[in-house]
Write a protein that binds this ligand. Structure first.
Ligand code: UDP
Ligand code: MG
Length: 334
């Protein structure tokens, strides 16, 4: 039985139905801990898995005290699971955030840690190559470029959540009560000195991706609407341009009518314009709706997640009611 007193580093991995990759994950993480001179704890978060993941985690936590396991009450999604992990992690120096499917090699901890010693608070991974389908690679690449061009925070290209963040950055994250989280954006917003390290993103070690198309779209929306006011501004600009065109058209029509006695034709053109601008208006309303929705969810002030159980150093800590973990991620808007 191995236990750990004061971890310097926490490695955080959220898991949702990861039975197939679980044994690989544990082997690789245990090897990293054994090879490293640092005191490391592992924080695994079960995001309401429906397979054997939770059971495997329970067994592991009971025999190996270096593994801290958090079980959420249901599936909340990757970003929320990560939030729960960051709240529980006790690493006094830094938190290393990885995916549970080993697409982010945990062996890079040493390299990231060395970089942090040069005075950085965030060392984030930049994907040099992705071993994923052409469609997914293109979609990601387009998204990162779009968000970089419209966001009011300076978000690095091609970097996800895979990063080493300092204790003080984690403390700030824990204090950010925002709903519909986009952690890589929040991390950029926090500031301090941040640096990217290139790596090759591996293919998932086993099993199927757990992010559905809908979840990826929601993530992209959170990135865009939580970190940019551009969509609303663009709508206003579009409105101005349309108004300008309409005004010019009105003058032209009046001139034709009064000076040349020419009554304008063009029923089809009118219909066409009406249909187009109805579409534009609906999109514009939808965009504004995205912001309103976010206000709606945020004002409810619900906790971001509910914890079912925490197994920390073999001590089961059942947490009752709709509470979050200590240290609390400050879900009240204070
Ligand atoms: N994940 C999660 N909750 C979810 C979906 C995914 O905790 O609702 C975890 C998943 O188990 C994995 C990580 O988030 O460890 C990344 O998910 P996935 O590999 O499916 O995403 P992709 O790499 O395809 O973007
Ligand atoms: Mg993956």
């Amino acid at each position: 039985m191995t236990t750990l007193s004061a971890p310097q580093i926490s490695i955080i991995a959220p898991l949702y139905n990861e039975t197939e990759s679980f044994p690989h994950l544990v082997t690789r993480l245990s090897a990293v801990m054994e090879a490293s001179p640092l005191a490391i704890e592992i924080v695994l978060i079960d995001d309401g898995s429906r397979d054997n993941t939770a059971m495997l985690m329970q067994q592991l936590a009971l025999i190996d005290g270096r593994y801290q396991c958090v079980f959420l009450s249901r599936n909340y999604g990757h970003q929320t699971a990560l939030t729960a992990g960051i709240a529980v992690a006790r690493g006094s120096e830094a938190l290393f955030i990885i995916d549970g499917d080993l697409q982010d090699p945990p062996e890079l901890l040493g390299e990231f840690y060395e970089k942090m010693q040069e005075g950085y608070d965030v060392v984030y991974a930049v994907r040099k190559k992705r071993k994923e389908s052409w469609f997914k690679r293109t979609a990601y690449s387009t998204f990162y470029r779009l968000i970089r061009s419209i966001s009011y925070v300076d978000m690095p290209l091609d970097s996800g959540d895979f990063s080493l963040i300092s204790r003080r950055v984690a403390d700030v994250l824990n204090q950010m009560p925002e709903e519909s989280r986009f952690i890589r954006g929040m991390r950029s917003w926090i500031g301090f000195r941040q640096i990217g390290v290139e790596y090759e993103r591996d293919a998932r070690v086993a099993g199927e991706p757990k992010y559905s198309f809908k979840m990826l779209r929601n993530l992209a929306y959170n990135g865009i609407f939580n970190f940019s006011e551009y969509p609303v501004k663009a709508v206003t600009r579009l409105g101005m341009i349309t108004l300008g065109i309409a005004f010019i058209y009105l003058i032209q029509t009046l001139v034709k009518k009064f000076f040349f006695g020419d009554v304008p034709q063009g029923f089809t053109a009118t219909l066409f314009i009406i249909v187009i601008f109805n579409g534009v208006q609906l999109i514009a309303l939808g965009m504004i709706g995205e912001y309103v929705l976010r206000i709606f969810f945020q004002t409810k002030g619900r906790p971001l997640y509910v914890v079912r159980e925490v197994i920390r150093e073999q001590q089961r800590q059942p947490i009752r009611g709709a509470s979050t973990l200590e240290p609390s991620p400050t879900n009240s808007p204070s």
